[in-house]
Design a protein around this ligand. Structure first.
Ligand SMILES: Cc1cc2nc3c(=O)[nH]c(=O)nc-3n(C[C@H](O)[C@H](O)[C@H](O)COP(=O)(O)OP(=O)(O)OC[C@H]3O[C@@H](n4cnc5c(N)ncnc54)[C@H](O)[C@@H]3O)c2cc1C
Length: 365
């Protein structure tokens, strides 16, 4: 999105070749990750959410599929798996975040998830035949799309009701802190929804390990909890390349200026999306709004002008509240989110955006 927006802002430079925009990726197709929710619940076909990477980039933007194995900020170069070295004047880091499936012992063997393509496809099969027992949902923070676990539980609740299986299933949602969600107003909203739908929940629930043979989760709080089907979202980390190249310490979140989106202490290096260490939701919409700022500022820099666009922390998320209704939240650094207007129209908007995403990726909406 950042590359496409930039190409739109400086068409002559791109056409003449005076500016080269190269997107380096490690996969050939682009996955619309929000679609995984619908895939896992068997509500959509997976191929709807994938397109070849080169199809989503505008003409003039180069698509290099060659995983990056090292980033050298001091030499201003990126080294790819093939051995190719690419020098840069301006670098945009958009390496995202990854679920750490090893953070909870036994997770890989014992838990289902829907945060990667393969996991979602696997869970889809389990959901197709799950019609009785206890579904336990465990969540580790931070993770991308903070509202997706709530969406999952509300949509599943509705799906089970529609097939008259809800009475045989205990939906059991857990959250690691002292309320149902990290965003306070969302937690309050969810509490009411849980009551209305008879969804069980437990707070201060931090899974430490899983024993798949006994179908038990052990928590840091000292509990031992049974399940029939375990679904989990493990805590996330920054991409491996960021940690391996020491671009960021610890869990690999890149120190980023909250307004300019430049990497702290690094001239001409920008960070977009999940990769930042900003205290805001890791969401596609965050990346969307950030990309507007970054593309505008790079275009300015290339003209020798002052980059003045500033990111205000804007995030917009639809929240599915079942199979036919949704709400939404909008917030920024100054204004906290409050779910408002819930109903079928918002759900229709979410479905429409799932289609429109491909246009927004091209910088059109
Ligand atoms: C189930 C689910 C539901 C979601 N729902 C929503 C939603 O409704 N709304 C919303 O706003 N957000 C949602 N999100 C979150 C959203 O998908 C992410 O926040 C968004 O994709 C982040 O964009 P990004 O560009 O930072 O990272 P990504 O989209 O993850 O892209 C990172 C890219 O970097 C590539 N990469 C990593 N390492 C290397 C390397 N070494 N070399 C080359 N390439 C590399 C990866 O392959 C990937 O293509 C959802 C996510 C999930 C999983």
């Amino acid at each position: 999105m950042t590359a496409n927006r930039l190409a739109r802002l400086i068409p002559q430079d791109v056409r003449s070749g005076s500016v080269e925009i190269i997107v380096i990726n490690d996969v050939t197709s682009h996955l619309y990750q929000p679609g995984l929710l619908y895939v896992a619940l068997d509500l959509a076909f997976p191929e709807n959410f994938k397109k070849p990477q080169k199809q989503v980039l505008l003409p003039g933007v180069q698509n290099l599929v060659d995983p990056c194995v090292h980033i050298s900020l001091s030499d201003r170069e990126v080294i790819c798996q093939s051995g190719k070295k690419i020098e840069y004047d301006i670098l945009v880091i958009a390496t995202g975040s990854v679920p750490d499936f090893d953070a909870i012992e036994g997770f890989r063997e014992g838990a289902e998830s829907f945060y990667t393509y393969n996991e979602a496809m696997h869970l889809r099969e389990r959901i197709q035949t799950f019609d009785q027992g206890k579904l336990l949902l465990i969540i580790g923070v931070p993770h991308k799309c903070p509202v997706a676990p709530l969406e999952f539980i509300f949509m599943l609740d509705d799906k089970l009701r529609k097939t008259a299986k809800r009475d045989q299933v205990n939906l059991y949602y857990t959250y690691p802190i002292g309320r149902l969600h990290s965003l306070e107003h969302v937690a309050t909203w969810a509490e009411n929804e849980f009551e209305r739908r008879n969804i069980s929940s437990e707070i201060f629930f931090n899974a430490e390990s899983i024993d798949p043979s006994r179908k038990k989760v052990f928590t840091l709080e000292g509990e031992e909890v049974d399940y029939d089907l375990l679904v989990g979202i493990p805590p996330h980390k920054g991409a491996k390349i960021i940690r391996d190249s020491k671009v960021a310490e610890g869990d690999g979140w890149i120190p980023t200026d909250r307004q300019t989106l430049q990497m702290k202490g690094q001239q001409g290096v920008y960070v977009v999306g999940d990769a930042t260490d900003l205290p805001i939701s890791k969401a596609g919409s965050t990346a969307h709004y950030e990309s507007e700022v970054i593309a505008a500022n790079i275009a300015k820099e290339l003209r020798g002008e002052q980059p003045v666009a500033a990111y205000n922390g804007k995030v917009f998320c639809f929240i599915e509240a079942g199979l036919e209704e949704a709400t939404h939240i909008e917030f920024d650094y100054q204004n906290p989110p409050t779910p408002s207007i819930q109903g079928p129209l918002v759900h229709d908007f979410k479905l429409a955006f799932n289609e429109m995403y491909w246009l927004s990726l091209r910088g059109l909406v």
